[in-house]
Design a protein. Structure first.
Lengths: 337, 360
């Protein structure tokens, strides 16, 4: 997407973010019997105008990160520094002001739009909340937003059920854009959509980013979609980032066996290639984030695991002196797929 | 005739609703040979699942209604046989795997009982024998410690494991045909790879024919011998898998292939899209259902093209009037696509100019 500018500014800086959800037992006398460690110590930065892709399987904590950044959750620990202000423990009027600049688009366009609102009032609601302009100005802006996302302005008085999934996701994008945010968390924005419609929405998001100079956090489970939209990519496994690198670097030379396995398990729509491909098939499932395995979290499924992996948690560090981070004891031995 | 295991001819299944008839499956024909792996691809709402369910006669009537056609399974028309005979075929001759393994397993029965149910009914095994066979099947589908897991309930399994149990149930009576309706859509990619390999391995071992329904072209490419592409309740193209991917002849197939971002290709700045949305099956447009979205469309497309052999190929059928390999046609389609793209771009840039002026 947007080219990296020299000296471009860091818009979002996440430092050692942790989000634990307590597990309780008892109804009257609730006591905490453990924690779901959904996000367990994560750090990354996003430059202005760039897209960071966050990839992982379900249960890896990627959605929790997105929701914590817009402060739908209050993080257990760590800092969320947006434009030099820490959102992590912010509240009240300060948070309200920041939220105007940070918006979110949710995964399921069938659940994220209130069925009792017309799409005009859905898109206008953020503008009313932040008192932007008079009613007639808001109405004008709403119909303009509809045409921006590729819907006809005449649809303004219709209800969400009259639209298809792709159109609804466009409405959700229009709503997020209505108060001119700088940063948008896109939580699996296309995974509920059909392939032919998915491409339309992806193209739209890209055009909007270029035109409005937006910064995206793009959360997805689909590595081929992320490759298309992201400048940098973070791969998550069980509440941690296991690898973070520039897009082309990550696909050409993965440094973590999990990334390698993910890449090899994505089917490619070409029978010739599919026949020749060597697949790394991981055994088993994602372990529970209540009982996280000792040492490296991935060792229970890793084809390269050794004794040290069971005992020592690998450090998330730079590999080969480049901006390529990975948490693996044997990252030199990971081969491209 | 006799060489096909399953032969679906001009199958039509409509749903009666207040507003009229929804033509969910509207004249679908295809065949499956013994041991063959057939992929059925299409977007949601194109009728691929309804086709599978109507082969099995699992659509409740009403609102469903067979409006014509036949389903020949080993030369016997499944639409004519009485319900009692159909019950012998379901699970015995044709096994089925559904999309969501959580809703398809009975939460109040152990998985051993559920696998054994078919064995006791179809193969008349005793309870003990059925349990033994269930353990063997669980081992075969890769569930560790099968002898104790056989007494577990579905909620004690993860999504991938449940899908393995579903496969064990579907294959328990050694069916001749396995219908897999989006078997991996609810699963993560790493688990998807496991499950696809399992289906492939087990079916090749037993010589079971597979009808794999999916929206993922990548899955079809790796798993199948032949592909049927469906759109709006109709078959628009069918060909051997290699031929279809190398030489797609229907504009919809072309569009589908182009709109998927691929890992093995250079990144493009923009994805090719199919504009618009699939038609409403309550009142489908006259003629070719893809016409409103098709860049190649012209006047003749107002009449429905027949599903015919592509010139010079004996196994590749398409339902389209246009020869998409003709450079003139391609130039025409490119011009139309460009015009549409420019129109949307203008709307965005004017709005962006205004907004950026306001903020600065």
């Amino acid at each position: 997407m947007a080219e990296t500018l020299v000296g471009s500014k860091t818009l979002l800086d996440i430092r050692d973010l942790k989000m634990y959800f307590p597990l309780t037992r008892g109804i009257v006398l609730q006591r905490v019997i453990g924690y779901v460690r959904a996000v367990d110590g994560i750090s990354f930065t996003i430059e202005q105008g760039q897209t960071l892709g966050l990839v992982g399987e379900s249960g890896s904590g990627k959605t929790t990160i997105g929701r914590t950044i817009v402060r739908l959750y209050k993080p257990t620990e760590g800092q969320i520094i947006f434009d030099n202000q820490d959102l992590a423990q912010m509240g009240g009027e300060h948070l309200r002001e920041i939220r105007r600049r940070v918006q979110m688009v949710f995964q399921d366009p069938f659940a994220s739009l209130n069925p009792r609102f017309t799409i005009g009032s859905l898109i206008a609601e953020p503008m009313h909340i932040y008192n932007i302009g008079s009613s007639s100005e808001i109405r004008e802006k709403t119909s303009e937003l509809l045409s921006v996302v590729g819907l006809r302005p005449e649809y303004i008085n219709r209800y969400p059920h009259e639209f298809s999934g792709g159109q609804r996701q466009r409405i959700a994008v229009a709503r997020a854009l209505s108060i001119n945010p700088e940063f948008i968390v896109l939580d699996e924005p296309v995974s509920a959509l059909d392939v032919s419609v998915r491409a339309q929405v992806l193209n739209l998001l890209q055009r909007l980013q270029n035109q409005f100079n937006l910064t995206y956090l793009f959360v997805s489970h689909d590595l081929s979609v992320v490759r298309h939209v992201a400048d940098r990519i973070a791969v998550m496994y069980l509440g941690r980032i296991v690898e973070l690198a520039d897009r082309d670097e990550l696909y050409a030379a993965p440094k973590h066996p999990y990334t390698q396995a993910l890449l090899s398990s994505i089917p490619i729509p070409d029978p010739q290639i599919e026949k020749r491909r060597h697949r790394i098939i991981l055994s088993g499932d994602l372990p529970s984030s209540i009982n996280i395995p000792s040492g490296c979290r991935f060792h229970t499924r890793c084809p390269m695991a050794q004794q040290i992996c069971r005992e020592v948690d690998p450090i998330f560090e730079r590999k080969e002196g480049r901006e390529h981070y990975a948490a693996c004891h044997f990252s030199e031995e990971v081969r491209p797929v | 005739m006799g060489e096909n295991l399953l032969e679906v001819q001009d199958l039509k299944l409509y749903f009666k609703v207040k507003a009229g008839k929804v033509r969910a499956v509207d004249g679908v024909s295809f065949t499956i040979k013994p041991g063959e792996k057939l992929g059925v691809v299409g977007e949601s709402g194109c009728g691929k699942s309804v086709t599978a369910l109507s082969i099995m006669r699992l659509i409740p009537q009403p609102p469903g209604e067979y409006a014509g056609g036949s389903v020949l399974f080993e030369d016997q028309d499944l639409l004519d046989v009485p319900e009692s005979a159909m019950r012998k075929i379901r699970g015995g001759q044709i096994g089925m795997i559904f999309q969501d393994p959580m809703t398809c397993l009975n939460p109040t029965m152990t998985v051993g009982k559920q696998i054994g149910e078919g064995l006791r009914i179809h193969l008349k095994l005793s309870g003990d024998q059925a349990l033994k066979r269930a353990i063997a099947l669980l081992e075969q589908v890769g569930i560790p410690d099968a002898a104790t897991r056989v007494n577990s309930y579905p909620h004690q399994f993860s999504g991938g494991m449940r899908q393995r149990v579903m496969i064990a149930i579907a294959l328990a009576c050694n069916p001749k045909l396995l219908i897999a309706d989006e078997p991996t859509t609810a699963l993560d990619v790493t688990v998807q790879a496991q499950i696809l390999e399992l289906i492939n391995g087990v079916c090749s071992e037993f010589g079971t024919a597979v009808m794999l329904i999916t929206h993922d072209l990548g899955v079809v490419a790796g798993m199948t011998d032949r592909v049927v592409v469906m759109y709006a309740g109709k078959v628009v193209e069918t060909a051997p898998t290699g031929e279809l991917f190398a030489n797609p002849r229907h504009p919809y197939t072309l569009g589908l292939l182009a709109s998927v971002p691929r890992l093995d290709e250079k990144r493009h700045s923009e994805l090719r899209t199919i504009e618009g949305a699939p038609p409403d099956l309550l009142s489908p447009p006259p003629g070719c259902p893809f016409m409103p979205r098709c860049a190649f469309a012209r006047a003749i497309c107002r009449t429905m093209p027949p599903l015919e052999l592509v010139a010079g190929n004996s196994s590749h059928l398409k339902a389209c009037w246009v020869n998409v390999t003709d450079p003139n046609e391609q130039a025409y389609a490119d011009r139309r696509r460009k015009a549409r793209l420019e129109a949307t771009q203008v709307a965005i840039s004017t709005s962006a100019d205004v907004t950026l002026q306001q903020t600065s």
